[in-house]
Design a protein around this ligand. Structure first.
Ligand code: ATP
Length: 422
């Protein structure tokens, strides 16, 4: 059915998922697999362990969806009501399946646990359902059809649900999806706000109503996501066309067309340009070095760094002149530049990157508020700095300061490359 999205719905059952302590994560994995098979998830619900509520959701799902995945509440205890509630909603019988009961007995015996009468509930099967084996736990899944709607019941524990999605649900869903698939393209953008990105690209993406475009602010960058559903043999030229036009409009503000992190992209650029990097980190105290060295092979371009938290270390190890610290203060453009140049000289790297700032909560003043951060960069021919006032609490300011430094480095390397330098 070209052009028609098959609608999937997920119902996560469990009263604990309605407390502040637990969160429904199963639906993320279920969505990923359903998308892969050609189904768009149009609704998710989280419901407590109440039979009436579960049954009402199932009845509503039958009216509005082609595929319904219900997870959780298949265990043996009193509060595991999913099987019974679904049977009730469909007006079907629930009865103990003899071969399944036998399998459960064998499983319990093998594990050395006594099998209690309540465990027998897990051998109950809804009339007409196919049993899906659970290789990891005791609660099997069930697959049913009702008036053309596919209904799948899966256990709640993610380590049980995940292989069952993979081995039982995905292969069957792929057949039902008949080659329908989701084509995706994403971009990550630096140096622009969400509204700047939107005002730049809205005139373009609004010309492509068949592509679902979303702009999302993430930590350190703005993400753009393009989604287009297509039948097995349908052309997806629109998304490619739109992607090209967005790339032209945003240029090198886009640091990746995949889900690569900024440190990965910066690492690649450093390697390609044959540069080496060292960092002098005051308020981030190692966070930039940590991010850079998360990438395997970073020793090719990263030499090391100095955690120059105190003025004394800034002076003694990074060579910042004492009078500069006295005159401008540790959080200043002058000191940021001196730190970058100092660490470059101290380590022999080709590029030095520094951060100095006020992460708070104390230490701010009207001239130098909490969140004020200077990033310095020295590349052997120039020393430059960038000033930012970053919002958030201490943890967020430090994280944003690390991103700001990496972003500055990225933009510096790109600008040098565009100017024909290595
Ligand atoms: P069991 O046989 O283990 O009782 P079950 O199907 O009854 O299986 P639940 O009792 O509902 O599963 O949940 C078991 C565990 O799985 C709990 O720790 C619960 O927090 C977790 N869980 C349940 N549903 C979800 C969900 N949607 N996302 C993430 N974790 C979940």
């Amino acid at each position: 059915m070209p052009g028609h999205n098959m609608r999937a719905e997920i119902i996560a059952v469990g009263s604990e998922l309605l407390t502040p302590d637990h969160c429904d994560t199963n639906s993320l994995l279920i969505t990923e697999r359903l998308n892969q098979a050609g189904f768009a998830v149009h609704l998710k619900s989280v419901v407590g362990d109440r039979s009436d509520d579960i049954a009402a959701l199932v009845r509503a799902a039958l009216r509005r969806s082609d595929f319904v995945v219900i997870c959780g509440g298949l265990g043996p205890t009193e509060d595991d009501l999913t099987r019974r509630a679904v049977a009730g909603a469909l007006g079907r019988q629930l009865s103990v399946n003899a071969p399944l009961l036998e399998q459960l007995r064998v499983l319990f015996a093998r594990r050395g646990y006594p099998m209690r009468p309540i465990n027998e509930r897990q051998a109950e099967v809804i009339e007409g359902a196919e049993v899906l084996e659970n290789a990891v736990g005791t609660a099997p899944g069930l697959w049913l059809q009702e008036g053309g709607v596919q209904i799948v019941l899966l256990p709640g524990p993610p380590r049980e649900l995940s292989p069952m999605m993979e081995n039982h649900v995905l292969p069957r869903a792929l057949k039902l999806g008949a080659g329908r698939h989701l084509v995706k393209q994403s971009f990550r953008v630096l140096g622009m706000t969400e509204s700047e990105v939107d005002s730049r690209i809205a005139p373009i993406y609004t010309q492509y109503p068949q592509v679902d475009t979303t702009i999302l602010a993430s930590r350190g960058y703005i993400g753009i996501r393009l989604h287009q559903w297509a039948g097995a043999w349908e052309q997806t030229g629109a998304i490619e066309d739109l992607a090209c036009r967005i790339e032209r409009a945003l240029g090198s503000a886009i640091f990746t067309r995949t889900d690569d992190s900024l440190e990965e992209v910066v690492g690649r650029l450093l390697r390609q340009s044959g540069r080496t990097l060292a960092v002098a980190e005051s308020c981030t105290a190692g966070m930039i070095g940590c991010a850079i060295t998360r990438i395997p092979g970073s020793s090719d371009y990263f030499l090391g760094g100095i955690l120059c938290y105190s003025d004394d270390i800034k002076e003694r190890l990074c060579g910042v002149p004492g009078n500069l610290l006295c005159k401008h203060g540790a959080v200043s453009a002058e000191v940021a530049e001196a730190l970058a140049e100092g660490v470059r000289l101290a380590t022999g790297s080709s590029t030095g990157l520094s951060v100095t700032g006020i992460a708070g909560p104390g230490g701010g003043s009207p001239e130098k508020p909490v969140g004020l951060v200077y990033v310095g960069l020295a590349d052997g021919s120039r020393v430059v700095n960038r000033r930012r006032v970053l919002p958030g609490d201490r943890a967020l300011i430090r994280e944003r300061a690390s991103y700001a430094a990496l972003a500055f480095l990225y933009q510096h390397i790109i600008a040098a490359r565009n100017a024909g330098q290595p």
